[in-house]
Write a protein that binds this ligand. Structure first.
Ligand SMILES: [Zn+2]
Length: 206
């Protein structure tokens, strides 16, 4: 479910962030949560799919909060985007809109849950904001890995029709909640570890 994908996406981003760099941590949270949920743009939010709407609102809220902190602390991410306004950004946004549109018109767990789509989305993010790329890719990969455990399976090798599934669990249930709690706990610990040196303390991860 979306909250699990967001928690694990952020944790995946923070796992590869730079210790002692606010810009890297902010990019990890923004890129990780966006990458963690974007594959599910093939779900149309509705009464029946309230989870998809809540997930999107969380990502927008988290991103705006991170960008506000980035601006306040002059961490560097907003400055990067403002310093790279131009054709490349327009092309990246255009590609993103096109891919999301394509996702919205394909069935769930097909195109957007493939290696091809992940590469295309990563290309778009590279054009829009290069510092986000490794964290976005980590978040997107975490989404595909989590969904492979689902009994429904995903079309990882789209356009081929075969579905990949480890058949371990369903989307809703105790496994989903457990992974979400673990994602939040690991993400919080990693954030404290990465930001520790900036505020004068070190978190020792054994
Ligand atoms: Zn999914």
């Amino acid at each position: 479910m979306s909250k699990t994908h967001i928690a694990v996406g952020v944790a995946a981003g923070l796992a590869i962030a730079q210790t002692g760099s606010a810009e890297s941590c902010i990019a990890a949270i923004v890129g990780g949560c966006a990458g963690g949920i974007l594959a599910d743009c093939d779900i149309t939010p509705s009464r029946a799919h309230k989870d998809a709407l809540i997930g999107r609102l969380i990502v927008v809220g988290l991103t705006l909060a991170c960008l506000a902190i980035d601006r306040y602390a002059s961490a560097g991410l907003c400055d990067y985007v403002l310093g790279h306004l131009g054709m490349r950004l327009v092309m990246g946004v255009g590609l993103l809109v096109m891919l999301v549109g394509m996702g919205a018109h394909t069935s769930h767990r097909s195109f957007t849950h493939s290696i091809v789509a992940m590469a295309a989305f990563c290309g778009a993010v590279w054009l829009v904001c290069e510092p986000l790329l490794p964290f976005f890719a980590a978040g997107y990969a975490s989404h595909l890995i989590l969904d492979v455990t689902n009994r429904q399976g995903i079309r990882l090798f789209w356009p081929m029709n075969s579905k990949v599934s480890l058949g371990l669990c369903n989307a809703k249930g105790v496994v989903n909640v457990t992974v979400m709690v673990l994602g939040i706990a690991v993400g919080a610990l990693l954030l404290a570890y990465r930001l520790g040196p900036l505020v004068g303390f070190d978190v020792v991860l054994a």
